[in-house]
Design a protein around this ligand. Structure first.
Ligand SMILES: NC(=O)c1ccc[n+]([C@@H]2O[C@H](COP(=O)([O-])OP(=O)(O)OC[C@H]3O[C@@H](n4cnc5c(N)ncnc54)[C@H](OP(=O)(O)O)[C@@H]3O)[C@@H](O)[C@H]2O)c1
Length: 239
């Protein structure tokens, strides 16, 4: 059945968000793509898909920006069936270790990546509640957000942000689960060439990864009992 889908962080053509937008459009769904700044490739998709694609400008680091975007969207559509929190940021010191990194960068990464996803869920929840089916929220996480499997000494801000996003997912699962109206997961999306570089050793292009995820999300929509942190291959991942 066709659905209304919202995807954050869709303004980079080689990235996962843009390619999820493309895959859902190709499947016939209505897609809300959120961006921070104009994207030529999304403009091209808009010409092709017309009313099936709604492009919203929204900075997930700002509650007022997110709330304004949600109000604006309410004038165009009456419900959402799927919300994918894909947007992420990292600090300039992401690759540095503890003694080299400027620790004052960490809070912004956590604010955008984890709190930002929560801002989006809160603002768009009234539209999710109006879905005619179980609405689904997917937080795109990472294996780097697993506390128990952490092996790195760098990527401190990114790992902390994804661990916080995973915690948010569990908290919101507890909040939503009794009503069975909205389901929520955090998902490691696989290792993906999201920089678009052919020499990137990651096995999946963003376009390939997006279709694997699209199928996975539909499989999980009604599953309220299984583990909340899963991989693109539908394996349980350890928090
Ligand atoms: N690549 C992998 O192998 C891999 C592995 C595990 C998890 N992931 C996850 O997969 C997702 C997609 O990865 P990616 O490399 O495609 O992501 P990305 O391009 O680095 O980020 C996605 C988008 O987030 C947007 N964004 C940043 N700050 C924002 C803000 N304040 N408000 C709104 N949007 C903001 C960016 O917009 P701008 O273009 O405006 O900066 C960007 O287009 C991420 O969540 C990532 O952590 C990727």
């Amino acid at each position: 059945m066709l659905q209304n889908v919202l995807i954050t962080g869709a303004g980079k053509a080689v990235g996962l968000g843009f390619n999820l937008v493309l895959r859902y459009l190709e499947a016939g769904d209505t897609v809300v793509a959120t961006i921070r700044k104009p994207c030529d490739e999304l403009d091209d998709l808009k010409k092709q898909y017309k009313d099936k694609l709604i492009v919203l400008t929204m900075d997930i680091g700002s509650t007022s920006s997110v709330n304004n975007a949600a109000s604006a969207l309410s004038a165009d559509i009456d419900h959402l069936d799927l919300l994918i929190n894909n947007a992420v940021t990292v600090s300039p010191d992401c690759d540095k270790g503890f003694f080299e990194a400027d620790l004052d960068f960490i809070s912004r990464t956590v604010d955008i990546t984890a709190v930002g996803a929560m801002r989006v869920i809160k603002a768009f929840y009234p539209l999710l509640e109006k879905s005619g089916k179980t609405a689904l929220i997917i937080n795109i996480s990472s294996e780097a957000g697993s506390i128990s499997k952490c092996y790195r000494t760098n990527m401190i801000d990114y790992g902390m942000a994804k661990a916080a996003l995973n915690m948010a997912t569990m908290n919101l699962y507890n909040t939503f689960k009794d009503e069975h109206k909205v389901n929520i997961f955090c998902v490691h999306p696989g290792w993906i060439r999201t920089d678009g570089r052919p020499d990137n050793p990651a096995p999946l292009s963003s376009y390939e990864a997006a279709e694997i995820l699209r199928a996975l999300f539909e499989k999980k929509r009604e599953d309220f009992e299984c583990h909340r942190f899963i991989t693109n291959l539908d394996e349980d991942y350890t928090f």
